[in-house]
Design a protein. Structure first.
Length: 160
């Protein structure tokens, strides 16, 4: 039965990485879920309170960053709240149309079009669209490294 739990943990970790580019998937909670499955179904004495408090705080931090960072980037470049909605729709829809490159092109195109519809100048609309994509890419890289660090910590805690 333990092998099944490890497979589920592995799937949760993979879903966490998929969540980096699919906004509908909660990346950090999947990692924490894998840790919880290990704790409750494989070994409930392995990790101490430092591990659990740290992982819970990191998970909460990543969730908060997800909700705040997009708006901060859009506002910094002069975008509206609608720009962030357009960017999210672009990330979800365009990969089905264009494949993986749609993750970058979709938000750019939709934010650009939206800002032009909202009567921004071409230069401002381009700046906002570019800023939105740069913010998305930057946030994704930061989250990738944090998620990877969480998994490495988990692995090291199992070994030592």
């Amino acid at each position: 039965m333990e092998i099944i739990w490890w497979i589920i943990i592995g799937i949760l970790f993979l879903l966490a990485y998929a969540g980096l580019v699919a906004p509908g998937l909660p990346d950090a909670p999947f990692i924490l879920g894998g840790f919880l499955i290990y704790h409750f179904f494989i070994n409930d004495t392995e990790f101490g309170w430092v591990f659990w408090i740290s992982m819970t705080l990191i998970t909460i931090m990543l969730i908060v960053i997800d909700y705040i960072s997009g708006g901060v980037v859009a506002k910094k470049y002069g975008g509206s709240t609608w720009s962030m909605i357009a960017a999210a729709v672009g990330v979800i829809v365009f990969p089905f149309i264009m494949g993986p490159i749609g993750i970058l092109i979709g938000p750019f195109v939709l934010v650009l079009l939206l800002e032009l519809i909202l009567r921004k100048s071409k230069e401002d609309a381009l700046k906002i669209a570019f800023g939105t994509v740069v913010g998305f890419i930057g946030g994704t890289f930061v989250k990738f490294f944090i998620l990877t660090a969480m998994i490495i910590w988990f692995g090291l805690a199992l070994i030592f």
